[in-house]
Design a protein around this ligand. Structure first.
Ligand code: DX5
Ligand code: ZN
Length: 215
C-alpha cells in the first residue's frame, strides 16, 4: 500500500482552499509543502504564513520540505504554522544529528533529503535518526520536471539498507512521479509518492489516488 502526497506547488493558488478540500475529499495521505528560498534552489515559493493558512483548513498531515540554506532557523516557525514532518537536505547539513534532535525536541517527525547527483551512502549512516528519507528524483526548485531514472537505484539501495538494519524510516520519492512510473518506484521500495503536476493536472484525480494507494 503506497501513500500519495500531492505537492501543493502545482495547485491553483487562486483557489487554494478548494484544492486542499479536494485533497481531503479524495483521502490523500499527506500534503507535501515545498519551501524554497531562492538560494539553496533557484526559485522562491512560500513561507510559514501560507502553511498556517493551509493548516487552518485541513486536518491532513503536513509534510514540509525545506529547500533552504539555513533550514534550522525556520524549524520553529514551521512547527508553529502546523508542520507535522520537516525534511531538510543533507547537502546543507552533512552531519544532520543536531538538526534531527532539534526537530524531535519540537515534537516533529524528521526527514532528510538528498539530491539526484548525490551518493546514497552519504545518508545511510544517519537514517536511524529519521522517520522519512526523501529521495529527490529531480533537481529541486521546480515542479513539472521529468523523473530521473537513476533514482530507482537510489531507492533500491535505501530499501535494502532500511530492511537489513530493521529501521522504520519511510522512503518518500519526490519529482516527476506520475501514474505511469508509480508502480516501478514502489517496486523499488518507495512508501510515499509525491505528485505535484501529475495530481493537480490529472483528468481524474480520484482514480489516480485509488490506483496509487493500491500499489
Ligand atoms: C521540486 C519539489 C517537488 C515538486 C514536485 O523542487 O520538491 O516536490 O513540487 O512536482 P512534480 O510532481 O510536478 O515533479
Ligand atoms: Zn518537494
Amino acid at each position: 500500500m503506497a501513500k500519495i502526497a500531492p505537492s501543493i506547488l502545482a495547485a491553483d493558488f487562486a483557489r487554494l482552499g478548494e484544492e486542499i478540500a479536494d485533497c481531503d475529499r479524495l483521502g490523500v495521505d499527506l500534503l507535501h509543502l515545498d519551501i524554497m528560498d531562492g538560494h539553496f534552489v533557484p526559485n522562491i515559493s512560500y513561507g510559514p504564513a501560507i502553511v498556517k493558512t493551509i493548516d487552518s483548513v485541513t486536518d491532513s498531515f503536513l509534510d514540509v520540505h525545506l529547500m533552504l540554506s539555513e533550514p534550522e532557523n525556520y524549524f520553529e516557525a514551521f512547527k508553529k504554522a502546523g508542520a507535522d514532518l520537516i525534511t531538510f537536505h543533507i547537502e546543507i547539513h552533512p552531519d544532520p544529528k543536531a538538526c534531527a534532535k532539534q526537530l524531535r525536541n519540537l515534537g516533529l517527525a524528521t526527514g532528510i533529503s538528498l539530491n539526484p547527483d548525490k551518493n546514497i551512502d552519504l545518508v545511510l549512516p544517519h537514517l536511524h535518526l529519521f522517520d522519512y528519507l526523501l529521495v529527490m528524483s529531480v533537481f529541486p526548485g521546480f515542479g513539472g520536471q521529468s523523473f530521473i531514472e537513476s533514482s530507482i537505484d537510489t531507492i533500491r539501495a535505501a530499501r535494502e539498507y532500511i530492511d537489513a538494519n530493521k529501521l522504520n524510516t519511510k522512503i518518500e520519492v519526490d519529482g516527476g512521479v506520475d501514474g505511469g512510473n508509480a508502480a516501478k518506484i514502489v517496486q523499488a521500495g518507495a512508501d510515499v509518492l509525491v505528485m505535484g503536476t501529475a495530481f493537480f493536472r490529472a483528468a481524474d484525480r480520484k482514480s489516480l489516488v485509488t490506483q496509487t494507494q493500491a500499489l
